[in-house]
Design a protein around this ligand. Structure first.
Ligand code: UDP
Length: 147
């Protein structure tokens, strides 16, 4: 029942960021190409920069973890691309496409395996649930900027 409800309530959307390491390394085009070729449709997208405070808000769930300070510093170190993506089974399929958090453990052919540098500078973000995809999309985009 729970699985059934989860399925019918799924929004089929996820939220992603191309992180500062991948933007600085010139991988925006390569990453977007792989995302689109994998069947994701762009619902909204922007090129922007996070202040340390904004990065702190975005990653608030991790604030007790030892890497939080470093993560906020890294995420505000340069421009990012934020996007809302749409596809059936978006959350799960996108997590599969990006690979494990640590690129050394990510499957061959995944975005992190191809484009990431380290467990912190790991090229892309992908939401881990429908609820978080909505929260994270709303964090970056107003109602006028998405449909
Ligand atoms: N992170 C880090 N050190 C770690 C684990 C995570 O710097 O030991 C960073 C990394 O950028 C990661 C983000 O924190 O993408 C969020 O961590 P999470 O465990 O949610 O991984 P994700 O869902 O992004 O794979």
């Amino acid at each position: 029942m729970r699985q059934f409800l989860k399925q019918i309530m799924a929004t089929n959307r996820t939220f992603t960021m191309i992180k500062p390491d991948a933007v600085a390394a010139g991988h925006i085009g390569g990453i977007l190409e792989q995302i689109i070729k994998s069947g994701f449709k762009l619902v909204a997208m922007k090129y922007t920069t996070l202040s340390p405070e904004k990065a702190g808000q975005f990653y608030e769930v991790h604030k007790e973890r030892p890497f939080y300070g470093e993560l906020c510093q890294f995420m505000s170190s340069g421009p990012i691309v934020a996007a809302i993506l749409e596809k059936d089974n978006a959350i799960e399929d996108f997590r599969k496409l990006i690979g494990a958090t640590d690129p050394a453990k990510a499957e061959v052919g995944t975005i992190r395996q191809k484009f990431a540098q380290s467990i912190s500078a790991n090229a892309v973000h992908g939401s881990d649930s429908d609820d978080n995809a909505k929260i994270e999309g709303d964090f970056f985009f107003s109602a006028f900027e998405r449909f």
